[in-house]
Design a protein around this ligand. Structure first.
Ligand code: FES
Ligand code: FES
Length: 145
């Protein structure tokens, strides 16, 4: 995809308004909630603070780009199984963050999961199930870290 958008425009705005990729959510617009997290060259970044120019030539993955051929990823399935969404507003950012974590560290400890997910706010306070979902994705066999 390409855009002739002004360089300083937030990536989040371009994704949602120009490309129709509305899975990535606008929460605070200030880098405080991480609802807007996308992967830029595999790294989770808050797209509300990221100028679109930073994405030039980079690989940008949104929540829409995780499932392949209609098959949900292990992280997405774990979120469903753990009932890790109430209103769902934070969910895309949470799943994108957890995906990045498990790609760089396939078997994170509980504290590594908490540290990675810590910048993400859930206004429904669904944290117990969210953390359980990430643990389920990291340890599908249920063994301890
Ligand atoms: S909308 Fe980007 S961090 Fe809140
Ligand atoms: S499920 Fe509602 S904000 Fe997290």
């Amino acid at each position: 995809m390409s855009t002739d958008s002004p360089a300083e425009r937030p990536l989040l705005e371009v994704l949602r308004e120009d490309f129709g990729l509305t899975g990535t959510k606008y929460g605070c617009g200030e880098g405080q909630c991480r609802a807007c997290t996308v992967l830029i060259d595999g790294r989770p970044e808050p797209s509300c603070l990221t100028p679109v120019s930073r994405a030039a030539g980079a690989s940008v993955t949104t929540i829409e780009g995780l499932a392949s051929g209609g098959d949900l990823t292990q992280v997405q399935r774990a979120f469903l199984e753990a009932d890790a969404a109430q209103c769902g507003y934070c969910t895309a950012g949470m799943i994108v963050e957890a995906t990045a974590l498990l790609r760089r560290n396939p078997r994170p400890s509980r504290s590594e999961i908490v540290d990675s997910m810590n910048p993400h706010l859930c206004r429904c306070c669904g944290y117990p199930n969210i953390l359980r979902a990430v643990e389920m994705a990291a340890r599908p066999d249920g063994d301890d870290a």
